[in-house]
Design a protein around this ligand. Structure first.
Ligand code: SF4
Length: 332
């Protein structure tokens, strides 16, 4: 393990003796269920979460479609698998420490899947994938069993990264939120929070995709710095370690932020929020066409692809607590 300097902080990459799979940065985006979970547990007033901030940075119009218009998006098998694996790893820590074995974790898959498949649209995903065929969707599994087995592999690989019998989490799926002095509400859900006897904090996030290439590590750490900032502002403690566990290739990224960095990061979030507020006030959300558009569900209504966005839902935005100067448009 060779540490790499990143500014004032240290980034180390742990590479266990496992074959590296092809890294796909977008894999993280399609498989990460955090954004969906955040939306399901809607905030009381406009707030900023790591995924929504990342949306705005990626494409302001995508932010609008997801947060203001709340346009529906298709679920994906990768995203549902991410949700399933997160549920298993969360429940693993319900067991007494000595019973947190690979076998016990595998046994948690079936009941978690039984709950998940009852959610609207989930069971249909398999029919669609198989109808489209493996030629058009190479990632489509042959069967539910094959898909479940792939989830089981991710769970098994978790045990190459940590020994859960030696960890006693302080929180799982923990809501953290803080209102900054300027009124900006930050909120998000931490997969796992560990607190050492000396009070040191470790923030852990499970990723069902592969480790990002080095050029994209900063993007991966954005979410973790967000959590570190909220913890620092609420507990007065700078997290000792931010840890991302990539289950697809069995690698981990760890990072130790410092106070100065969190102060600068707070300013970055405030700047993003100001830009969002300006966009809401004027309805001016620009599309930003990138290769990530390939995974966007909204191309049909995106000007970058010849589409026309729906009228800005000023009434819904105002009802949700946004300040907008736009007139309310009556829809048919
Ligand atoms: S297709 Fe691309 S540019 Fe258009 S809204 Fe989606 S992410 Fe933005």
């Amino acid at each position: 393990m060779s540490p790499i300097r990143r500014g004032h902080s240290e980034l180390s990459v742990v590479r266990p003796n496992l074959g590296r799979m092809t890294a796909m940065v977008h894999d993280e985006q399609v498989s990460e269920p955090a954004a969906e979970a955040e939306d399901a547990r809607a905030p009381r007033r406009p707030s900023l979460s790591p995924s929504r901030a990342a949306d705005f940075k990626t494409c302001p119009l995508l932010y609008r479609f997801r947060t203001i218009d709340r346009l529906p998006e298709r679920k994906s098998l990768a995203a549902v698998r991410g949700t399933l694996v997160h549920a298993v790893l969360e429940r693993l820590y319900d067991l007494p420490a000595p019973r947190r074995t690979v076998e016990a974790a595998q046994e948690l898959l079936a009941p978690a899947w039984a709950e998940l498949r009852e959610e609207p649209g989930v069971a249909d995903l398999f029919a669609v994938a198989q109808e489209e065929g493996r030629d058009s969707t190479p990632a489509a599994p042959e069967s539910v069993d094959a898909w479940l087995a792939s989830a089981g592999k991710l769970v098994e690989r978790y045990f190459t990264l940590e020994d859960p019998t030696r960890i006693q989490p302080d929180g799982r799926e923990e809501l953290v939120e803080v209102t900054l002095p300027d009124g900006l509400l930050l909120r998000g859900y931490i997969d796992r929070l560990d607190v050492a006897a000396n009070g040191a904090l470790r923030v852990v996030d499970y990723k069902t995709g592969s480790t990002p290439r080095e050029a994209f590590e900063g993007k991966a750490l954005f979410q973790m710095k967000f959590y570190a900032l909220v913890l620092w502002r609420t507990r007065g403690v700078v997290a000792s370690q931010l840890k991302l566990l990539y289950l697809a290739d069995g690698e981990a990224l760890t990072y130790a932020p410092d106070e100065g960095e969190l102060i600068r990061f707070e300013r970055t979030l405030q700047a993003i929020w100001s830009a969002i507020e300006r966009a809401v006030a004027t309805g001016d959300f620009r599309p930003n066409k990138t290769r990530l558009c390939g995974w966007c569900d909204h191309q049909a209504v995106c000007p970058a692809f010849g589409g026309t966005p729906p009228a800005f839902p000023a009434e819904a935005a105002a009802a949700a607590g946004w300040q907008t100067r736009l007139p309310v448009v009556e829809l048919d």
